[in-house]
Every structure is written in C-alpha cells, then in structure tokens.
Design a protein around this ligand. Structure first.
Ligand SMILES: Cc1cc2nc3c(=O)[nH]c(=O)nc-3n(C[C@H](O)[C@H](O)[C@H](O)COP(=O)(O)OP(=O)(O)OC[C@H]3O[C@@H](n4cnc5c(N)ncnc54)[C@H](O)[C@@H]3O)c2cc1C
Length: 444
C-alpha cells in the first residue's frame, strides 16, 4: 500500500520559544479541515497548522531561561537593541523595529501574563516564573486550534515545485500555487504548503536543539549555514586561580581586548565560577574571545591604573592597615578576593605603608589590568546560545522568508543571530516568529 502523506497548510518545526510565539501569532482557529490526507487510503489531516516537535515536551529551553524566571526582553528604545547582536545586529534593525519589545510586551499581556521591569531594564513575567510564559503560549496555541505532535523529529525535507494545472488547479493542501514541502518523519511523510523552521541552535542539546536540522537544511535544500559556535559561553583561562572564590561577582567590571578590530573595552558584571570566568561581561563578549586571545580585567572600573597608583600613594602614607583590609575597607573589594590577591602578590604580611613603588604598581595592575589568556570557551552544553546558523544572506528580511524557496521561513536561533544576555535572544525569537506568521497570514 502506498504510504499516506498528511498535508497541512502550515507546518512549524520545533516547539521552542520561536515556534510557540509563531503558532500563537498564526491564529489558525477555524481552519481545521483545510488539510487532508493524500496518496492513498489515509485518514484526513487534522488542522491547517501543526507544530512538529522532536522531543516529548514544548518550550524546554524557554523554561530554563533567565534561571527559570524568563527574561523576555529589555525595556528602552528598540534603537538601542541593535548593538546587542554583534556584527549582524544592523541587518535586523527593520525586523526589530517592526516587531519591537513594546509589541512583545503587549502580546504577552494579551495572553494574560503580567510583566515587570527590573532596575537594570530586564523584563520578566511578574510571577518570575517561566512556566507561566510557557503555559500562556500553550493556551494561546490551543485556542488557535493548533496541535503539537510530539516525538516527531523532522529528518529530511523535499521541496517540490510544479505548475498548478498539473494538480488540477489546486494542490493537495488545497492551495492554488504550485509548491509543497514534504517532510520526512518517523511517523511517515508530512506535506505542507508553508514550512516554518524553528529548531533552534546547538546549545543545551539536551533540550532538543542539537543542530541536526542545520545539517538537514544544508543537505536537502542547499542553504548556506555558518558553522555553529558556542556563544554566551563562559571563558576558560590559563592558570585560573579563582575556583575557590566561585560565586564572587563584581559589578560593572571592564574587559579590554586588542584584536584585528582594534582595542575595545566592554563593561558589565563579572562572575568567578569553579572552573571559569562568567557573568554578563564574559558571556556577552565570548564571541570575541577565541582560544589564545589575551584580555585584561579591571575590577575597579572606571578607576584606571594611574589614578589608582596616585590614590594608593596618598592613602598609604603612615597607614598601618594590612593590604587585605585596605582593599576591602577602602576599595570595597570582596574580602576573600582581597585575601587571595595579596597572598598571590606576597604582600599579605606587610602594612600598606611598607609597600614599595614596585609593589604598589603590581597591586594596581592586578586590580585594574589583570591579564588573562583564553584557553577555551564553554562547550555547547554550557553556552546559552549558538553563534552561526542559517546565513542571513539566505533570507528576505524582515519577512524571515527564504529567498530561494517560496513558503519557507526560518525563525529564532536556527538563524545566524545571537544576542547578548538581557532578553535579546527571546526578543529575536519573538520578532522573527511574528514576522513569519504575518507573512504567512498575508499570503493566505
Ligand atoms: C540556560 C539558558 C538561559 C537562557 N536565558 C535566556 C533569557 O533569560 N533571555 C533570553 O532572551 N534568552 C535566554 N536564553 C536563550 C533563549 O532561551 C533561546 O535563544 C531561545 O529559547 C531560542 O528559541 P528557539 O525557539 O529558536 O529554539 P529552542 O528553544 O532551542 O527550540 C527549538 C525546538 O526545536 C526542536 N527541534 C530541534 N530539531 C528538531 C527537528 N529536527 N524536528 C522537530 N523538532 C526539532 C527542539 O526539540 C526544541 O524544542 C537562554 C538559554 C539558555 C540555554
């Protein structure tokens, strides 16, 4: 017997943040029955749109986001967002302006999720619980009549273009124009008129996004894929000495690096972990920190090395404090860090008044220009997002439509966009999802 192909008008692959946002926005209620089975004795298809999800759960990474609190976006002007997506940020300017942070907030509030904005501009659900966001999206999808078919990985894609007359003027999905996608799944082939790929990147592969779809897109459709690399990753450095201080953080430290793009300084919060450097300052700039790269950290920014030396010279005169107490009492540095630093510099037994010029300079350098060499980046199981993915050159922006395949859309982290921490990745998932849904709806 010939294998049955079930047809849908629209298939979304991946029930992560982008897939869920997109399905909600499609609002397909009332279209059930437009799809039907073809190619044999099969039963009718179930709805106009469906989500095919590889795993047994939706929104697994969304649930983890923001440490389970879900930092949805950032407040402020959308113009300021562009600089938070590295080199590719300027290419999504129009998309972010069209589907902005304000629109995302209205959208979530429309689904009944109250939001709160923190002092640092990060926007969360007021419940500080990502479960609420996920459940609101699932309720939105159910209201729109869209089903999620779990345990249904897509392992291959065929694109078929044909003249409408060949199909008697209407294709199997009930659509007049001559194209269809046929998806290979363990449940048999699934056909559709519009295909929205929302399969994420490679980070946290245990959530289901393992990058396998990038391989399928390159192999079956010939799409250009920029090789995926971990981003928003912790950074391993040579001779790391702060494992014992895991959990210590510094507000508004700076990181300075010199590379082919010149000398750049970035500001943000720094965190010591058991094995590596982390916190927004490190995560957001890990895209610039390849193994072998050198950088310096200033724990006392904006105070620079010359100003610190001048200040110490003054403060140290006739001062009987230990260097450790001076660093924590006068400079506000964490006590455990101060202890380790003075031990490393072999000045723990002195009074500050006894420190010579060389020791003062070494202390100032260790605090304002501590140098590090990158030994490696956190792997995909530690990185929060993926840099690389389907090249923006393959897309018509801001529609998120594939330039070479009418009816194909790519949204969320599967695309070569990675944002800083602060809600920028979920904002991109939303903006790209909304753009694809609007385009599909406009062309129906
Ligand atoms: C620990 C952590 C914390 C984070 N915190 C934040 C935060 O607070 N704010 C923020 O903005 N961003 C945050 N991010 C990043 C953000 O969560 C992601 O960028 C976003 O979830 C990506 O959404 P997506 O839908 O594109 O991909 P994903 O959420 O990865 O979803 C992809 C889905 O596709 C499915 N899939 C994959 N391949 C197939 C296939 N072949 N067939 C069928 N289904 C498939 C997967 O199982 C998965 O369900 C965080 C990330 C991590 C890991």
């Amino acid at each position: 017997m010939k294998e049955t192909t079930t047809y849908y008008e629209t298939v979304i692959v991946g029930a992560g943040a982008a897939g869920l946002f997109c399905a909600c926005a499609l609002g397909y209620a009332g279209t059930a029955g437009r799809a039907r089975a073809a190619g044999g004795a099969g039963a009718a298809g179930s709805a106009g749109a469906v989500i095919l999800e590889k795993t047994g759960a939706a929104g697994t990474k969304l649930r983890l986001s923001g440490s389970g609190q879900c930092n949805l976006t950032h407040d402020g002007s959308i113009k300021d967002f562009i600089s938070h997506y590295g080199e590719n940020g300027r290419r999504i300017r129009g998309l972010l302006q069209k589907h902005s942070n304000i629109e995302l907030c209205r959208f979530m509030e429309g689904l009944g999720v109250r939001l709160t904005s923190r002092e640092d501009g990060k926007i969360f659900p007021a419940s500080l619980n990502s479960r609420e966001v996920k459940e609101a999206l699932l309720a939105g999808i159910a209201a729109a009549g869209i089903r999620i078919r779990y345990q249904t990985p897509v392992t291959g894609i065929a694109y078929i273009a044909y003249a409408a007359e060949e199909q008697g003027g209407e294709d199997d999905a009930g659509c007049e124009s001559g194209r269809r996608f046929v998806l290979e799944t363990p449940a048999g082939p699934i056909g559709c008129h519009n295909l929205i790929v929302a399969t994420g990147g490679c980070s946290y592969p245990r959530t289901g996004s393992d990058g396998q779809m990038l391989f399928v897109l390159a192999r079956d459709l010939g799409l250009t894929v920029k090789s995926p690399r971990p981003a928003l990753a912790p950074v391993y450095v040579e001779n790391y000495r702060y494992g014992q201080l895991a959990g210590l953080s510094f507000r508004d430290a700076t990181l300075t690096l010199s590379d082919a793009a010149g000398t750049r300084t970035f500001r943000g919060d720094l965190l010591f972990t058991h094995k590596n450097l982390s916190g927004p300052l490190i995560l957001n700039n890990s895209r610039y920190l390849a193994p072998g790269a050198s950088f310096t950290l200033n724990y006392l920014a904006p105070l620079g090395e010359p100003e610190l030396i001048a200040r110490m010279r003054q403060d140290f005169l006739g001062n009987s404090k230990s260097p450790q107490n001076y660093l924590s009492d006068e400079l506000g540095l964490p006590r455990r860090f101060a202890r380790q630093l003075v031990t490393d510099l072999a000045i723990s037994e002195s009074k500050v008044s006894q420190l010579g010029g060389g020791q003062q300079r070494a202390l100032a350098a260790a605090l304002t220009a501590a140098s590090f060499t990158v030994s490696g980046l956190g792997s995909f199981s530690e990185a929060m997002v993926t840099s690389g993915g389907v090249s923006l050159d393959e897309l018509q922006l801001p529609r998120m439509a594939a330039a070479r395949y009418p009816g194909l859309y790519l949204i969320g982290e599967v695309v070569d966009i990675d944002g800083d921490t602060g809600g920028y990745n979920l904002q991109f998932a939303y903006s790209s999802a909304r753009a694809a849904a609007s385009d599909v709806n406009q062309n129906r």
